[in-house]
Design a binder for this molecule. Structure first.
Ligand code: 5GP
Length: 177
């Protein structure tokens, strides 16, 4: 399959090195504590699979799936839960794992929602960050790469559900937000 519209932005070896670095930082910060990773489907699944294996210590995985409420999302930031967590997060150390933070509306909504369930602590982790597109003030606690306002695919990120299996993060030159 040819990918004429794709250009590698972050090659796989750089992703691997960054994920290992993030895992070390998280292991250090949570030393001796159990971490409940809340993985946001579907995009963060591949990142989380690699990240959790770079974390030393007790890690529990749970998954959440959300979708935007059409165009109203851009103003309200309300998202719909397609799949809620299986675990109770009350009294636990929660780390939300995202693929990319763009406007910040999704992560902001998730943080508000999960905070109301009384976790012991809650932090956020993203592989990619596009701060130039932010609409709410939110800064992830752990962030891999800061990128320009580009539409990227690969390593879990899709365009119309395709390209998630690409091992590198690529710019999709035709795709629009
Ligand atoms: P936000 O609510 O921060 O605007 O959007 C976050 C979600 O938008 C991400 O979890 C991801 O699904 C999608 N998204 C934002 N930017 C990109 C991008 O460059 N590529 C892909 N594939 N998805 C993106």
């Amino acid at each position: 399959m040819q990918h004429l519209n794709l250009e590698v932005l972050i090659p796989r070896d750089q992703i691997g090195a960054k994920v290992a670095e993030m895992g070390k930082m998280i292991s250090r910060d949570y030393a001796g504590e159990q971490i409940l990773l809340v993985i946001v489907l579907r995009g963060a699944a591949l990142f989380a699979a690699d990240l959790c294996r770079e974390i030393e210590g007790d890690v529990v995985l749970d998954f959440i799936a959300v979708s935007s409420y059409g165009s109203s999302t851009s103003t309200s930031g309300v998202v719909r839960f397609l799949k809620d967590l299986d675990e109770s997060i009350e009294g636990r150390h929660v780390l939300i794992v995202e693929d990319i933070v763009d406007t910040g509306l999704t992560l902001n909504y998730l943080l508000d929602n999960l905070r109301s369930r009384n976790p012991k602590s809650i932090r956020t982790c993203t592989l990619l960050d596009k701060p130039s597109r932010r609409r709410v003030e939110i800064r992830p606690d752990y962030s891999g790469f800061t990128i320009e306002d580009l539409f990227v695919v690969g390593y879990g990120l899709d365009y119309d559900q395709s390209y998630r299996n690409l091992p590198d993060i690529c710019v999709h030159k035709e795709a629009k937000h």
